[in-house]
Design a protein around this ligand. Structure first.
Ligand code: UT7
Length: 335
């Protein structure tokens, strides 16, 4: 997709936050028929963080955001736009406005993007459009999810996978010659929406439109794991290759491959299909599991903080999941 670009985009800083409560594989194996060995061998996950008590999605999203703002050295009042990628809002009308209020970004427009595990990549691309057409200068992009709210803790096929977390990135306009968001490729296949979803189920079938109370409820997360796995390992490499080709780059140019943290075997399969060495693959699955829209910015922030990612490095990030939706973003870390 082509757009008219009058400004460049640079990634200024990142931040992240996870809840304190840590749930190990051993603990889950006390609840459902599973084992640390099965979970680790099949997914690479050892433990995950889960929200508890009165802490909310907004609290961890705000922590990640202020973490990024502090590193960027800008005030919340400098933010023009907040995009919150989440599929687990605490308000169906959107949670971004609560985040705006919580961090005091009173001049910013704020809205949600719902695209599950592709949410952060899509939010970054959306933010880039507003910057590149010179509408906004400073954009806060947050990926935050609390999938534990929608996890069926008696379903061993899904409850072992998910965790909660938040990650943030601050994008800023710059001259076109300094543009660091090089290219993207986004896709959806809605025919397979039912392979991974949190479906709304109607319970009020008495035909009385005006009857009081809830008309239904959202269900738990359901997933056809095998199908989603096959989708990820076939579509994600294609998406990355498409992006690289469109930029006249090859896999050798990639310094870091940052995939949505769904399963270590998916990370391995995608990187080996593209012949990207495992040393270039960022993984923090063992500590956090699959944190949906938070997984990419959480891993990105950790790799920047521990200096694995160096100034000038070329990163390829790909999200994939419910929708089914998938997408790739190629950018250079040059703060
Ligand atoms: O974030 C969005 C994107 N999500 C993904 O990308 C997830 C993609 N899918 C996956 O990562 C994998 O499919 C899973 C990790 C979810 C499952 O791994 P799998 O290797 O595809 O296992 P499976 O579903 O084929 O199950 C294999 C066996 C089954 O037993 P039988 O039928 O062979 O006797 C399952 O019942 O493993 C059994 N099983 C378990 N056993 C112990 C399934 N879950 C568990 C469990 N513990 N937690």
């Amino acid at each position: 997709m082509k757009s008219s670009i009058t400004q460049g985009v640079k990634l200024l800083a990142t931040g992240s936050a996870v809840p304190d409560l840590c749930i190990s594989n051993e603990l889950i194996s006390n609840i459902v028929d599973t084992s640390d060995e099965w979970i680790f061998n099949r997914t690479g996950i050892k433990e995950r963080r889960v929200l508890s008590g009165s802490t909310s999605l907004i609290d961890i999203a705000a922590l990640a955001s202020t973490n990024a703002l502090n590193k960027a050295g800008i005030s919340a009042l400098d933010i023009d736009l907040i995009i919150l990628a989440t599929s687990t809002p605490n308000d169906l009308f959107g949670s971004a406005s609560q985040l705006q209020a919580k961090i005091g970004a009173s001049k910013a427009l704020a809205f949600d993007i719902t695209a599950a595990c592709s949410g952060f990549v899509i939010a970054m691309v959306t933010a880039a459009q507003f910057i590149q057409n010179a509408s906004y200068s400073n954009v806060l992009v947050v990926g935050a999810d609390v999938l534990s709210n929608w996890t069926n803790w008696s379903d061993r096929r899904t409850c072992i996978l998910f965790g909660d977390g938040a990650g943030a990135a601050i994008l800023q306009s710059c001259s076109i010659s300094n543009n660091n968001l090089l290219g993207f490729h986004l896709n959806t296949n809605g025919r397979k929406f039912d392979q991974l979803n949190i479906q709304y189920e109607y319970s009020n079938t008495d035909g009385n439109f005006f009857s009081p109370g809830l008309k239904g409820n959202f269900n738990y997360i359901t997933m056809n794991g095998k199908e989603v796995y096959k989708f990820a390992v076939s579509k994600v490499p294609q998406s990355i290759q498409y992006c690289l080709d469109s930029l006249n780059l090859s896999v050798e140019h990639i310094d870091w491959l940052l995939l949505h943290q769904a399963n270590e075997r998916i990370l391995n399969a995608v990187s080996s299909r593209l012949m990207i060495p495992s040393e270039k693959v960022i993984s923090n699955l063992a500590k956090y599991g699959n944190t949906s829209a938070a997984s990419i910015p959480l891993a990105l922030n950790e790799a920047i903080e521990d200096s694995r990612i160096q100034s000038g490095d070329l990163l390829v990030m790909s999200g994939f999941g419910a929708g089914l939706t998938w997408g790739t973003l190629v950018f250079r870390w040059n703060p």
